[in-house]
Design a protein around this ligand. Structure first.
Ligand SMILES: Cc1ncc(COP(=O)(O)O)c(C=O)c1O
Length: 365
């Protein structure tokens, strides 16, 4: 039987509210990849007292903020550049690099491609394979590298596959790239959620390889997408200098400057988030692995990619079913152009996750 599906994108909240008659506060956003714990009480209390910071311009050098990020990432502050969300920084790096050829590890977040298109730079994809559960074989990637490429873009852990490269694999890639003078840009937006942070983050490599730049932000892990605070870590002093010259002054607001300093030192909340995601990831992996009619890919971030195997069912069909119960998943058709069977969801609070698992099971029945 053919399904009725509507083509709403995950961020079309106004249209979804109007079409389904659901209030946005009642929608559980499984498609947003944001920490379900939200802001901590400690942060709220401290931040509320800091409102007056908006009566001054922020420090042009963001000294305290960069020091706070340095402590959080275990690097020195001169290695840190701050920006208006990771989006501003990845756009800035691509524009500064003006790659003669870029290679993107895909399928992935669409913003890298959009930015390369906007500045008219040539690019191609190196695609992770479904048959390999979207895990990277770094040797097959390094074989594709040569002097025609000047920028390699990877997202680690990757959106939407939730697969990750470990630091040893990354080192081998970065080393080969150094030989060909290729800059490696790694988007680590989701890395703090990963089950083995020490093995997944490439930040320690920045003190050894200056052809590496890591980009991160507070939107997902710290549940603050509206703050627009991102940062880059690199040992490439020329790149840092050029970025400083090119960036608009005060790209980060004084509110985001202060909020960042408080967020990166909120150790209790950081720990609580890691524990919740770790236990829900494990629970959901077991629940979904045992379901009929679906294949799941082992998650290394705070979200999981799944593929529907049952004939006549699709990611858009599941979206339609789930949204009627106030559960908003991400149909992944935009990531897999000719395949409509993929969907992605992030780990929310245990009872909400259970509702989603029940909904998926019923849809596949
Ligand atoms: C992989 C990835 N990078 C970056 C972003 C955007 O981050 P920011 O809000 O810091 O600009 C997203 C948002 O969905 C993302 O999935």
């Amino acid at each position: 039987m053919a399904e009725t599906v509507h083509n709403f994108h995950g961020s079309d909240l106004e249209q979804i509210e109007a079409y389904y008659g659901i209030r946005r506060e009642d929608i559980i956003r499984f498609g947003a990849n944001v920490n379900p714990l939200g802001l901590s009480e400690t942060f709220r209390r401290k931040m509320a007292k800091e409102l007056d910071v908006i009566t001054s311009y922020p420090d042009r050098e963001y000294k305290k903020l960069r020091e706070a990020i340095g402590r959080y990432c275990e690097v020195t502050a001169p290695f840190v550049l701050v920006g208006n969300g990771s989006t501003e920084l990845l756009s800035l790096i691509i524009r500064l690099c003006r790659p003669g050829g870029a290679l993107i590890l895909g399928p992935t977040y669409s913003e890298y491609e959009r930015e390369l298109l906007l500045c008219g730079r040539p690019f191609q994809y190196f695609m992770l394979q479904e048959a390999e559960d979207f895990m990277l074989d770094e040797n097959s990637l390094t074989e594709k590298l040569d002097a025609t490429i000047s920028l390699l873009i990877l997202c680690n852990p990757n959106n939407p596959t939730s697969s990750a490269i470990n630091i040893r694999q990354m080192e081998s890639v970065v080393k080969t790239c150094r030989k060909y003078d290729i800059l490696v840009m790694v988007d680590e937006t989701y890395v703090e959620f990963s089950p083995d942070y020490e093995q997944t983050s490439s930040i320690p490599l920045t003190s050894v390889y200056d052809n590496l730049v890591i980009i991160r932000g507070v939107s997902k892990f710290f549940a603050a997408p509206g703050l627009r605070l991102g940062y880059a870590v690199t040992g490439n002093t020329a790149l840092l200098q050029h970025a400083h010259e090119r960036q608009n002054p005060w790209a980060v607001s004084s509110l985001a400057d202060m909020a960042g300093q408080l967020l990166f030192s909120d150790t209790e909340h950081i720990q609580k988030t890691k524990e919740l995601i770790q236990s829900e990831r494990r629970r959901m992996w077991h629940l979904f692995s045992a379901m009929d009619g679906i294949k799941v890919y082992r998650p290394q971030a705070n979200f999981m990619l799944a593929r529907i195997l049952k004939e006549g069912r699709s990611g858009a069909g599941l979206f339609e079913n789930a949204i009627r119960r106030g559960l908003m998943i991400r149909d992944c058709s935009s990531f897999f152009s000719s395949d409509h069977t993929y969907f992605r969801f992030c780990f929310m609070l245990p009872e909400d996750n259970q509702r989603l698992a029940d909904c998926v099971r019923e849809y596949l029945h």
